[in-house]
Design a protein around this ligand. Structure first.
Ligand SMILES: [Fe+2]
Length: 216
């Protein structure tokens, strides 16, 4: 579903079989394995994650490619995500200038957020960036009182990083409640943050940055 958000929009989809698709247990094991890697456990929070602990595999994006690890080309989850990314690219109008069927992964990683953590407002691309064009967030674990995803009305595309969500007025915020099995696709230049994660249980998501070649 396309939702207008300020001057742009986002796409939100829910994977019906999120909890029971074939291969789910294996996928969970692989993701948990990533968060147990010493090079992930030892790594400090990424700069965007404040207030509480978070784990991320973003620094391993060249060697630990999520769509390969989770066999996106064949798994029901991966096929669904890829399909929805292409659908989102069309809904966001990227197909007018790009060949959205020739999707290329840029960085892909997993994030796990713990109590009291929030994500500072950020973009994945700024004015002049060539890639990525679209960012997909897939939520794996979303306990009650999880951090909400918040898009922020700020069209200064020069800045990669903004403030924490509470520094923006309520009318500048568009809240998207995450839930397990939900995929949110947005223009890579859309500024977004999260509220504070208030659960004792972790909140886990995959982040998939993609680009598309220009139309021939
Ligand atoms: Fe983000």
């Amino acid at each position: 579903m396309f939702l207008p958000v300020f001057t742009s929009g986002i796409c939100v989809f829910d994977f019906e079989g999120f909890d029971s698709y074939e291969g789910k247990a294996r996928d969970d094991e692989i993701i948990d394995g990533l968060f147990n890697l010493p090079e992930v456990v030892k790594e400090k929070n990424v700069i965007d994650a404040q207030g509480g602990r978070s784990l991320s595999t973003v620094h391993l994006y060249k060697t630990h490619i999520i769509p390969e690890l989770l066999n996106f080309k064949q798994s029901p989850l991966g096929v669904w995500i890829l399909h929805k990314i292409v659908e989102s690219a069309v809904l966001l109008g990227l197909d007018k200038s790009r060949d959205v069927r020739k999707l290329k992964y840029y960085r892909t990683w997993a994030n796990r957020m713990y109590k009291n953590c929030d994500a500072v407002a950020h973009r994945h691309a700024v004015a002049g960036s060539t890639i990525p064009h679209l960012v997909a967030i897939y939520y794996l674990e979303v306990p009650e009182d999880s951090a909400q995803l918040i898009f922020i009305d700020d069209n200064n595309y020069e800045i990669m990083r903004g403030g924490r969500y509470h520094e923006y007025a309520a009318h500048q915020q568009f809240v998207v409640p995450p839930k397990a099995g939900r995929l949110v696709c947005h223009d890579a230049r859309a500024l977004h943050a999260t509220s504070v994660h208030e659960s004792h249980l972790p909140r886990t998501c995959l982040i998939i940055e993609v680009g598309f070649p220009p139309l021939q």
